[in-house]
Design a protein around this ligand. Structure first.
Ligand SMILES: CC(=O)SCCNC(=O)CCNC(=O)[C@H](O)C(C)(C)COP(=O)(O)OP(=O)(O)OC[C@H]1O[C@@H](n2cnc3c(N)ncnc32)[C@H](O)[C@@H]1OP(=O)(O)O
Length: 209
């Protein structure tokens, strides 16, 4: 069995560790975090070094990326990928993921999530607790579908997009690169431009970085 190093020892990291433990895929789970050596544990798991030290560990460990910020996670993913580090997908045993789903690398799919057949997910995405991604959706890289968010069928989601907690999308629309969907929003039309969309139906209210 492989050993897992999770980069980032915050709350999201804890959920990845718990998910990895439940998957029985790893013989050891530990963290890298910039708070080391002042902090040496994250709940039940040790923090063994700073995040920047990851290269030292790349032969010995697989990696998971616990950076909630989509752009930071994508940058870290690219750095590790360039270095041929191993970044498996981590799927909670109580997530329902169709075998007819295409998954890239470094994705996490948490408990209660459902990913239906025909879905394609890129790299470094978070399908958070209880989120659903219905048939034939296409997700790019470094996307976060927050807890309880729901995508109907055949939605195309651009890289770096974040669906907030409890938000949703109707079927058969395209969500632009780097779209941020506020908590509880309902996206009812394709989004043409990056930006923050809130409300029901969701409206674009401002630019984002
Ligand atoms: C396990 C986990 O914890 S995963 C993390 C899950 N977290 C989330 O899903 C959080 C989602 N975040 C949100 O919904 C935030 O409110 C954001 C990102 C949409 C907006 O944050 P900010 O960029 O700081 O915007 P700000 O708070 O200044 O709000 C801008 C305007 O939008 C409104 N607004 C903000 N969020 C929402 C929302 N979800 N729905 C409707 N209106 C909203 C504000 O009231 C404000 O309106 P005003 O200008 O008339 O006063």
């Amino acid at each position: 069995m492989s050993k897992l190093l999770i980069i980032g020892a915050g709350g999201h990291g804890k959920v990845i560790a718990d998910c990895a433990e439940a998957s029985c895929q790893f013989s050891e789970i530990a963290f890298l975090d910039d708070s080391h050596p002042e902090r040496d544990t994250n709940l039940a798991w040790p923090i063994i070094d700073k995040s920047s030290a990851w290269k030292i560990y790349k032969e010995e460990y697989d990696f998971a990326l616990a950076l909630g910020h989509n752009k930071s996670r994508l940058a870290m993913y690219k750095a590790l990928q360039d270095s041929n580090a191993r970044m498996p997908n981590i799927v909670h045993p109580r997530a329902v993921v169709s075998k007819h789903v295409s998954l890239g690398a470094a994705n996490v799919i948490f408990a209660g999530a459902v990913v239906n057949p025909g879905v394609s997910i890129g790299n470094a995405c978070i399908i958070n607790t209880g989120a659903t991604v219905d048939h034939d959706c296409t997700l790019g890289d470094a996307i976060h579908i927050s807890p309880g968010a729901n995508l109907a069928g055949t939605v195309s989601v651009g890289d770096l997009t974040w669906f907030g907690v409890g938000s949703c999308s109707v079927q058969s629309i395209d969500i632009a690169f780097n779209t941020q969907v506020g908590a509880g929003a309902a996206v009812t039309n394709s989004t043409q431009a990056s930006g923050l969309y809130v409300g029901v139906p969701a409206k674009r209210i401002k630019d984002i970085d």
